[in-house]
Design a protein around this ligand. Structure first.
Ligand code: NAP
Length: 289
């Protein structure tokens, strides 16, 4: 996402970053149809990823995209779950990702409360049947909505926010449900997102443990997520290659139970706050009909 939003590197540099990650063995990329500077740049990030992975045998790279949001003229994210719009979004993503093989993982970005889960996922089921999509995931769904979704179409992944600031998945039963049903849990904003991810050393317990393990606080938190559940696949974002390589090295950083417990013990009072919280911290506004 960060490679397509404001402050992004030039395209040639972004492609270099993605190619290097492929060389390092990264095989999963999370993107979305709306990752771009605004409504004039729909599919920017999908095309970027598609360009980078085009040199790879398609079966070996998982490109996970999303649909179900739009961008307003001002660039604000909005939810649009109109079933006919979702089907069109899938067709457009299929083309943006190369148009040759099914989208490896298509995720419904946000549920739209104006539509039943069944109504929103019927066109997705159709896209699977037509060979446009291989596997389906959901994002920002409640446990009840995940259960409803699985009655309509096979679901393989759930993408909800999960980081030190947002631990809801531990309490709302979603992590446990993913483990029980072998779903992948993709924690979005694993480091707290732009604005907080660079302030992790302000959290004394994080800074201390990172120093003890001689790693960055960011690498430590990715390792913490990996230790929390076998179904978690963290998707850190960054504009800098060294940051991404640093996160990648968390794959070989094993935390013991006591180290995990030290991070688990952090409460909101221990954490820095976002200087300016985004207008849609809970949920983006609904697109007008
Ligand atoms: N489904 C949804 O609704 C939703 C919403 C938001 C995001 N997402 C997904 O989640 C992914 C990650 O979210 P995000 O980018 O918002 O938040 P994030 O991964 O928590 O944080 C991104 C920030 O972390 C910094 N960073 C990463 N690794 C670092 C390191 N090793 N050392 C220092 N700084 C480091 C980056 O810095 P630099 O940029 O300076 O390199 C960037 O500012 C996105 O790419 C997107 O795929 C999904």
């Amino acid at each position: 996402m960060a490679l397509s939003l404001a402050g992004r590197p030039p395209e040639a540099q972004s492609l270099q970053i993605l190619r290097r990650l492929l060389q390092e063995g990264v095989r999963f990329f999370d993107t979305a149809d709306t990752y771009g500077l605004g409504p004039g740049e729909l599919h920017h990030n999908e095309r970027l990823v598609a360009k980078a992975v085009a040199e790879q045998p398609p079966a070996q790279v998982w490109v996970a995209t999303k649909g179900g949001t739009v961008r307003s003229a001002a660039g604000e994210w909005q939810i649009d779950g109109a079933p006919e719009r979702l089907y069109r979004a899938i067709c457009e993503s299929y083309e943006a990702l190369g148009g040759k093989v099914p989208i490896p993982l298509w995720q419904h970005h946000w549920p739209d409360p104006r539509y039943a889960i069944r109504a929103m996922l019927q066109p997705v089921r159709r896209a699977v049947d037509e060979g446009l999509v291989r596997f389906v995931g959901v994002g920002n769904y409640s446990l009840d909505q995940i259960r409803q979704a699985r009655d309509v179409v096979d679901i393989v992944s759930v993408q909800n926010q999960y980081n030190l600031w947002h631990r809801e998945a531990e309490q709302d039963g979603i992590l446990a449900y993913c483990e029980e049903h072998a779903l992948v849990f993709l924690p979005w904003r694993p480091l707290g997102g732009l604005g907080l991810a660079h302030r992790l050393d302000e959290i004394p317990a994080v800074a201390k443990l990172a120093a003890e393990r001689e790693v960055s606080p960011q690498r430590l938190l990715i390792a913490w997520q990996l230790a929390k559940s076998p179904c978690i696949l963290p998707i850190p974002g960054a504009r800098r290659l060294d940051h991404l390589l640093d996160c990648l090295a968390a794959a070989t950083l094993t935390l013991d139970r006591r180290e995990v417990a030290r991070l688990d013990a952090l409460t909101p009072a221990d954490l820095p706050r976002r200087a300016r919280s985004s207008a849609w911290e809970q949920r983006p506004p609904l697109a007008s009909r």
